[in-house]
Write a protein that binds this ligand. Structure first.
Ligand code: ADP
Length: 586
């Protein structure tokens, strides 16, 4: 409590007031006491001199004892003091209060000695007989030059003591009053001084707690006013800076959140301080779980941990591409030591290049596939032309046969080029769809009927099962027919004689699903996920005619309808291809 500003200001004041008042009181009482005593002494001296004058009469030495006693008694009564007359040799001649015969010799009383020496003497002494302080004043009575007697007057000082005590009480009272007033005043002043400081403290605490809009009213022009002004400015600046910081943080956070690259920061020991959602997706770990864990626990792949360790050991940036995990993630890893920032550590950037690499592989494969697809017919064309030139032309029936084969090869190449063109047109969005509500039967029945002779030639049963009521979808009729042709044609190609092909239509939830089921050779589990890729042929040895582009085109068509296409198959037992489409709004 006494540590507060209020008491630190008030206490010195109070001490000062107390010291000054007590000093003053002591000084005043001492002064009054001394003045009082001096006055009394002067008066007694004057009285004593008066009595001494009477005793200095030339005949006085002959006075009877009674006369002397009477004079002494008279003076004592009028002065209210004790009066003693002492002979030159110290024998007491008369005393107003005692029997002189019983009194001892007074020659060596200090006041008597002094009076004998210089004419007047005084002394204050404690009287054993009376039990309090007495003031003694003595003068000498002379006859001519001869000292004859000593006159001594004595007054008790207890009256003075009483006066002084009263004075002391008054002084003490005044001191106490002044001290109390002083304390109150000091406390009030200190309170006034401390109050704005307390307000500032409270405001500063509010700012510290995050209420950056706290402002104080400037109520004075003094130092406190200046401090308040400075405080307000500081709070405003702080608020601005916080806002800027928060904005920047939010911006950074949103960049980190939406970045495709993984960003991770570790401390120098490898503890993870920050990860963005891309990292959490990449390594299948939740952001909250990753924080505080070790880099190795979060990343798990030893190749990446190795790169981090190298960066840690060399202190230099490391850039490396690695392929990790079952899904064969292809990652470009960049690890940089963070320096000059408060918390040192390492910045890890992970760029997922799996897709890019896959596309590159697809492109390379594509070119090599086209070359491969063209090489075979071109080689046989070359062989046919050579044969014709080498003499077959001379044999018209043979020449006809050879020309027929030339035509087949050219047709195959033309089909390939056409399919390629179509694929590229669909992929680049150059051939827009003409979507309109359509009965699915319109898309299924004509292709099936066109292919029926081919199926019959192959010894296959081809059946279409349509629901009793009309099912309408939103589709481009030509394209959907093309897709159905492709699926049914494939089924015919890959089903041995005696087999069966069934086309069905079903409503499943808010989709219309067309299924083409065959009892053919089926597709192995390894091939199944890849059959929709361009140029993919499951069994290259067995298939002669196909280009491997049909399903790729079908997939593009279905997807641009907003639908899905997928296949199920058991090798050796048959396959089912599904196309799901959106129903037409009714
Ligand atoms: P292709 O012109 O060779 O038929 P597709 O893209 O239509 O090209 O088909 C790709 C590959 O998928 C085929 O080579 C074949 O291996 C497999 N495939 C397609 N449909 C069937 C099916 N009904 N039964 C078995 N395999 C099929």
């Amino acid at each position: 409590m006494f540590r507060s500003i209020r008491w630190r200001i008030a206490l010195p004041y109070v001490v000062l007031i107390l010291v000054a008042m007590i000093g003053l009181a002591l000084y005043l009482t001492a002064l009054t006491e001394n003045t009082h005593k001096a006055d009394l002494r002067d008066r007694l001296e004057a009285e004593a001199t008066l009595l001494a004058a009477q005793l200095s009469a030339p005949d006085s030495w002959q006075w009877s004892r009674e006369r002397l006693d009477a004079l002494v008694a008279q003076f004592a009564a009028s002065l209210g003091a004790r009066v003693t007359v002492i002979a030159r040799d110290g024998v007491v001649l008369s005393d107003s209060h005692e029997n002189p015969a019983r009194m001892e010799n007074h020659l060596f009383r200090p006041e008597v000695q002094r009076a004998l020496a210089v004419g007047v003497g005084s002394n204050i002494r404690y009287s054993e007989t009376l039990g309090y302080d007495m003031l003694y004043v003595a003068t000498v009575a002379r006859t001519g030059e001869q000292v004859t007697r000593v006159v001594r007057l004595a007054l008790p000082l207890h009256e003075i003591a009483t006066d002084i005590a009263a004075l002391r009480r008054a002084a003490l009272g005044a001191t106490l009053l002044a001290a109390v007033l002083g304390v109150l005043l000091a406390v009030a002043i200190a309170e006034r001084t401390a109050q704005p400081v307390r307000q500032l403290t409270a405001a500063a605490q509010r700012v510290a707690a995050g209420q950056l809009d706290t402002r104080l009213l400037i109520t004075s022009q003094d130092e406190v006013g200046a401090l308040t002004h400075a405080f307000n400015e500081m709070a405003a600046k702080l608020g601005e800076q916080m806002a800027t910081l928060t904005n920047e943080r939010a911006r950074l956070a949103s960049v980190l959140t939406h970045m495709a690259d993984g960003v991770l920061i570790t401390d120098p020991e490898g503890r993870v301080l920050l990860v963005n959602p891309a990292v959490s997706r990449l390594f299948e770990i939740r952001v909250e779980d990753a924080l505080g864990r070790s880099f190795a626990q979060v990343v798990r792949y030893h190749q990446i941990i190795e790169i981090w360790r190298r960066c840690h050991d060399t202190g230099e940036e490391q850039v490396e591409a690695v392929e990790v995990g079952r899904q064969r993630l292809f990652l470009q890893v960049i690890i940089t030591p963070l320096q000059g920032v408060e918390a040192e550590g390492y910045l890890v950037i992970l760029q997922n290049l799996t897709q890019v690499r896959r596309l590159e592989t697809v492109r390379r494969d594509f070119i090599s596939n086209i070359s491969h697809e063209l090489r075979t017919p071109l080689a046989s064309l070359k062989a046919l032309v050579d044969t014709l030139r080498d003499g077959a032309l001379e044999d018209p029936p043979a020449a006809q046969r050879f020309l027929g084969r030339v035509e087949v090869e050219v047709d195959a190449m033309t089909q390939l080029v056409q399919e390629l063109l179509e694929l590229s047109r669909i992929e680049s969005g150059q051939s827009p769809l003409h979507l309109r509500p359509l009965d699915v039967a319109e898309a299924i029945v004509p292709p099936v009927e066109r292919l029926r002779p081919q199926a019959e030639r192959a010894g296959l049963r081809l059946e279409v099962q349509l629901p009793s009521e009309e099912v309408r979808v939103l589709a481009d009729r030509e394209r959907l027919q093309q897709t159905m042709t492709n699926l049914v044609h494939n089924a015919i190609k890959f089903t041995p004689p005696g087999g069966e092909i069934t086309v069905t239509v079903q409503r499943a939830g808010d989709e219309v699903v067309i299924a083409v089921r065959d009892t053919g050779v089926g597709i192995s589990a390894d091939d199944l996920p890849r059959i929709f890729e361009r140029f993919y042929k499951a069994d290259r040895a067995r298939v002669g005619g196909g280009t491997g582009l049909g399903l790729a085109i079908a997939k593009h068509i279905v997807q641009s309808h907003g639908g899905r296409i997928w296949a199920e198959s058991i090798e050796g037992q048959g396959s089912t291809f599904y196309v799901s489409l959106l129903p037409a709004p009714s």
